[in-house]
Design a protein around this ligand. Structure first.
Ligand code: NAD
Ligand code: DAU
Length: 349
């Protein structure tokens, strides 16, 4: 199979590329990525020389570039490329709407014209909004996104759904919970805890730290996508959760224990505006229809993640040099920072 992966220089996309190359010796991958701040060729170092993997720098909003890539005879697409960080979307949503909504529409249109036979859209559980205590979202739950990021992903999700309904274009949508594991950009909570704790820096816990996320190890998510790519039903949506619900402060404490660092590094700071209290999915459909279940326990996954970050200081230094530290300083090191203040300091308002 000739597969197009978009966003394959980012966290989940790069793990997926690695897994597909290992699992399917006959497959070749075209990897289209714009290399924004979160996409990095250091992340792909071990697969760049593989003749089955071709990296193409390009924007999914660039119709001509997308057509050029598709003309290589792409049979299927797994679409990861996105602006992915909620806090950045709160600071400025423009790039989110452009890449996540318009970029997805551009890709769908070009793929349809090129006769692509399968299109997997990597959506997110955030499209459902915040879950009440005890509630779990099914694939039929209503969409109620709360952040500009989540709204832009819901936009992409609905456009993709419409391409199936209107044109019978073979789209499948996945909605996964919070991923963790190697190569995750250190603005996200778990790698942020590790990288800051290793430097002895304080760790910002938003609000009361009791927000709950369901954590899935990234290779389990990639395995689900591989299964769905091959066996999923066209026009369907699949929720992907791991059943590992943790309050933020609890998972932060666990990581600090693994690192042998003190809990006193945890610092409660101003909450994220519109912060979703809890994410929780019902993923029986994918288990029943396709037999996928996550394999990594949270204990094993956290240990593997911590070990990877300890062994890959060079990767952290290289990606952090590309803007994370400056962004981070602007946003959180000023404890009294308000959203308006941040926008003002960036000259946007
Ligand atoms: P990431 O930010 O690590 O990677 C995104 C990649 O997309 C980067 O390599 C970036 O360079 C690329 N990209 C951004 N804009 C682009 C554009 N216009 N054209 C081409 N490439 C572009 O994100 P991630 O955490 O790996 O997430 C990947 C996908 O999975 C996203 O669609 C995200 O919404 C979804 N998702 C993420 C999670 C999670 O927990 N991280 C959970 C569920 C779904
Ligand atoms: O649920 C899937 C989503 O998970 C994906 O669609 C997103 O792309 C991905 O970024 C992630 O979104 P979250 O907002 O849940 O992830 P983040 O790592 O930013 O935050 C996790 C939780 O930790 C959240 O409740 C906010 C909190 N947090 C985050 C940061 C960065 C803190 O308390 N302090 C922090 O510094």
């Amino acid at each position: 199979m000739k597969l197009l992966v978009t966003g394959g220089a980012g966290f989940i996309g790069s793990n997926f590329v690695r897994q597909v190359l290992a699992k399917h010796p006959q497959y070749s991958i075209l990897n289209l990525d714009k290399l924004t701040y979160s996409g990095n060729l250091h992340t792909l170092q071990d697969v760049m020389a593989d003749p089955r993997h071709t990296f193409v720098r390009g924007d999914i909003c660039d119709r001509r570039k997308v057509q050029e890539v598709l003309s290589a005879g792409v049979e299927a697409i797994v679409h990861f490329a996105a602006e992915s960080h909620v806090d950045r979307s709160i600071l400025d949503s423009a790039a989110f709407v452009k890449t996540n909504v318009l970029g997805t529409q551009c890709l769908l249109d070009a793929a349809r014209a090129a006769g692509v036979r399968r299109f997997v859209l990597v959506s997110t559980d955030e499209v459902y909004g915040s879950a009440a205590p005890g509630e779990k979202f099914t694939e039929e739950s209503r969409l109620a996104p709360n952040s500009p990021y989540a709204a832009s992903k819901a936009g992409a999700d609905l456009v993709a759904r419409a391409y199936f309904r209107t044109y019978r274009f073979p789209v499948i949508i996945t909605r996964c919970t919070n991923n963790y594991g190697p190569y995750q950009y250190p603005e996200k909570f778990l790698p942020l805890i590790i990288t800051r704790a290793l430097r002895g820096e304080s760790i910002p816990v938003y609000g009361d730290g009791q927000q709950v996320r369901d954590w899935i190890y990234v290779t389990d998510h990639c395995a689900a996508l591989d299964t769905i790519l091959h066996q999923g039903r066209e026009g369907e949506i699949y929720n992907l959760g791991a059943g590992n619900e943790w309050a933020n402060v609890e998972i932060a404490r666990r990581i600090l224990q693994l690192l042998g660092k003190p809990e006193s590094l945890l610092t409660y700071v101003q909450d994220r505006p519109g912060h979703d209290r809890r994410y929780a999915l019902e993923s029986k459909k994918v288990q029943r229809e396709l037999g996928w279940v996550p394999e990594t326990t949270i204990e094993a996954g956290l240990q593997q993640m911590v070990d990877w970050y300890l062994a890959n200081g060079d990767w952290i230094r290289r990606v952090a040099a590309r803007g994370y530290r400056a962004y981070y300083r602007r946003q959180y090191d000023r404890r009294d920072a308000t959203l308006a203040g941040i926008l003002k300091s960036e000259g946007r308002k």
